[in-house]
Design a protein around this ligand. Sequence first.
Ligand code: ZN
Ligand code: ZN
Length: 338
Amino acid sequence: MKAAFLTEIKKPLVIQEYDPPQPTGNQVLIRQSLTGICFRDVLTRDGFMPRVKIPIIPGHEISGRIVAVGPDVKGFNINEKVASLIYTPCGKCEFCLRGDENLCPNKITFGEGVNGGYTRDVIANENSLVHVPDDVADADASLAACVTGMLYNALVRVGKLQAGERVLISGAGGGVGVHAVELAKALGAFVVAETSSKWKEEILYKMGADIVVSGEGFDRTVKEKTGDGVHLALEGVGLPTFDRSLRSLRTGGRMVVIGNVDPSPVPLPLGIIILKGNSIHGSISSTREDMRKVLEMTSQGKIRAVIHEKIALEDVNKAYGEMKEKKSVGRIMIDLSR
Ligand SMILES: [Zn+2]
Ligand SMILES: [Zn+2]
């Protein structure tokens, strides 16, 4: 079969023939039909993940049916539908033992430390897997770890979002942002969506946003329209929006930082944080428990993957370009069944 390889930083991925190994120990072999392209993959190619071991198959949005199991696998069988965390946790550290495996310092990320999802058949350890309900579509299963599960971790586990609270989502028009709007609505929040692309406004209203804001001083619009600001700000952009997101918080408000598309450091206005008693938290990836929660919500019809398009593996470099130019709404997925 074919796989896309990252062979050199800042260079296009190379499509090559690839024979996946047979699973050993606690590993399984997963046959995928679809896999998501993440902005993190673009950042990896561009050299922002210095620990990446090249050459490597990128991608970490892995799901499918098990087609082979190693001799020590206990919890999974051939033909079962599964989705994987974006990493393999060690299973032994204090974080793993208390169910916070997303904080595991020994975790190995797919597409960075081991071969990832940009090929049909992928080797994964069983301790990175959850079962997927039969009525959940492949695209939703593929996004359960890195997109919807990650957002569940940020909004619920870290952000303590309660139904009826107001939440600001910066970069809401991006592949992650649109899902954040959808999930926050499904959790009963009042959603303020921020986008730098004016043309995405209408789409965001369709996704369920209650208010859409854009432009330099969007925090003023947030304050005008909500009275005293939002309870929770989900910040996934970085420098271009961080300050305005922080200023959109009401007294006692929380910010959860999930990403920095722009990796430059941000200025931190300490006075605002102190005077308003605001808090800033980081949230990374998801746990298997988060994945089970969002897969259940998907099965109940509460959330659904937003797909921009399905592309052939050969078109992956073109898709990276499109993502950098913010031309897409929703996830670009690689169709591995062709
Ligand atoms: Zn991802
Ligand atoms: Zn661990």
